[in-house]
Design a protein around this ligand. Structure first.
Ligand SMILES: NC(=O)c1ccc[n+]([C@@H]2O[C@H](COP(=O)([O-])OP(=O)(O)OC[C@H]3O[C@@H](n4cnc5c(N)ncnc54)[C@H](OP(=O)(O)O)[C@@H]3O)[C@@H](O)[C@H]2O)c1
Length: 299
C-alpha cells in the first residue's frame, strides 16, 4: 500500500456524506488543504447553474481548494456565487496576469479579484506565469497584500526550478507557498527538477490540467486499459486512479476541473484511494516520465 502521511478525515459510511478527504500542509507554513481540489478554467462556458451546483457538490465532498484566476473570464463571479455563505469552507486561490504584475498593478488586480469573488481575502494569490515585471516588484506587492490581510499566502505558477531559486533569493526562505504547474499522466516533466526543488524547499506543488485538459487516455488505448484495470480493482473511475497517482508524493495537490456534480463526485473518490505499489509501477510503465525537456511545458 502507498504510505500516506497526510491527515485523513473519517471514512464515509454511506449515501450522501462528506467523503474522507486526504489533506496535507500547503507549503512549509500553510494550513492543511485537501489533496484534491477544483479548477474553474472554462467553467463559465456551460450552464451556469450546473457549474455552480458542481462547485457546491465539491465543497460538500471536501474538495475545498478552489482555483480561479482573473484570466478565466466569468469564473470568479461564478465562484463567488458558489461559495456564497460558505466562504470559510473554501481554500480560495486566484492569480494575477503577468501583464498586471507590477507592484501597483498586482495590488489593483487583487482588489478586482476580491470584488469579483465577493470576499475580503484570498487564501493564496499566484503569479500566473513569469512575465516582464521584475520579481521583486510582484513579491513586494504580495507581501503588502499579506500585511494588509487581503491574501493569506502567495505563490507562483509555471515556474521552473531555476525561476524558483531566483524567486527564493528575492523573497527569502519559507515565503513561496506553492508552484502550480502542468502535470498529467502524459506530461511528467516536473518530476525531473520542479518537484525535487519544491520538496527540498517546502513548497506545495499543485498539478493543473491533471486530465491533460482534454487528452485523458482513451478507454481502449494501452494506457487506458491499465487505468481501467486498476480502477475496477478499487471500485473507482480511471480518472480517480490518475489523480491518486499524480498526488502520490507528499508535496502534491491536484485541481481537476469538472463541469458537473457527477464528475466532481467521481474525482472526489481519489481522495480516499490508496494505490498499491504494484498499481503505481504499472501506471509508471504505461505512462513513462520521458527525458527532461529544455523548457517547462505549460498550457
Ligand atoms: N496555472 C495555469 O497556467 C493553469 C493552466 C491550466 C489550468 N489551470 C487550472 O487547472 C484546472 C484544471 O485543468 P483543466 O481545466 O485544463 O483540465 P483538466 O482538469 O485536466 O480536465 C478537464 C476536463 O476533464 C473533464 N472531466 C473532469 N472530471 C471528469 C470525470 N470525472 N469524468 C469525465 N470527464 C471529466 C472535464 O469535463 P466536464 O467539464 O464535462 O466535467 C473537462 O473536459 C483549470 O480549471 C484551472 O483552474 C491552471
Amino acid at each position: 500500500m502507498r504510505k500516506t502521511t497526510g491527515r485523513r478525515g473519517p471514512r464515509p459510511v454511506s449515501g450522501d456524506f462528506k467523503v474522507a478527504e486526504r489533506q496535507r500542509k500547503f507549503g512549509s507554513n500553510g494550513p492543511s488543504v485537501p489533496v484534491i481540489g477544483q479548477g474553474t478554467w472554462h467553467l463559465d462556458n456551460g450552464d451556469r447553474a450546473v457549474a455552480i451546483a458542481a462547485l457546491r457538490r465539491g465543497l460538500d465532498l471536501g474538495l475545498t481548494h478552489i482555483d480561479t484566476a482573473e484570466m478565466y473570464g466569468e469564473a470568479e463571479p461564478l465562484v463567488a456565487e458558489a461559495i456564497a455563505g460558505r466562504r470559510d469552507e473554501a481554500f480560495l486561490v486566484s492569480k494575477v496576469l503577468p501583464s498586471n504584475a507590477s507592484r501597483k498593478g498586482t495590488l489593483a488586480a487583487c482588489e478586482r479579484s476580491l470584488r469579483r469573488l465577493n470576499t475580503d481575502r484570498l487564501d493564496c494569490y499566484l503569479l500566473h506565469w513569469r512575465g516582464g515585471s521584475p520579481l521583486r516588484d510582484t513579491v513586494a506587492a504580495f507581501e503588502q497584500l499579506v500585511a494588509d490581510g487581503k491574501i493569506l499566502s502567495w505563490g507562483v505558477s509555471n515556474f521552473d526550478a531555476d525561476d524558483l531559486a531566483e524567486l527564493q533569493q528575492v523573497a527569502g526562505k519559507g515565503r513561496i507557498a506553492c508552484n502550480q504547474v502542468l502535470y498529467h499522466l502524459q506530461e511528467r516533466a516536473i518530476e525531473h527538477a520542479v518537484i525535487p526543488w519544491c520538496e527540498a524547499h517546502g513548497v506545495a506543488v499543485v498539478a493543473y490540467s491533471p486530465f491533460g485538459h482534454d487528452e485523458f487516455p482513451r478507454p481502449g488505448s494501452a494506457g487506458g486499459k491499465v487505468l481501467q484495470h486498476i480502477a475496477e480493482a478499487h471500485g473507482v473511475t480511471p480518472r480517480a486512479v490518475a489523480l491518486a497517482f499524480l498526488t502520490r508524493r507528499e508535496a502534491m495537490f491536484a485541481i481537476p476541473k469538472a463541469g458537473t456534480a457527477a464528475h466532481v463526485a467521481d474525482n472526489a473518490a481519489a481522495a480516499g484511494l490508496d494505490l498499491a505499489a504494484a498499481d503505481i509501477a504499472a501506471i509508471d510503465a504505461a505512462f513513462p516520465r520521458g527525458p527532461k525537456p529544455r523548457s517547462l511545458p505549460m498550457l
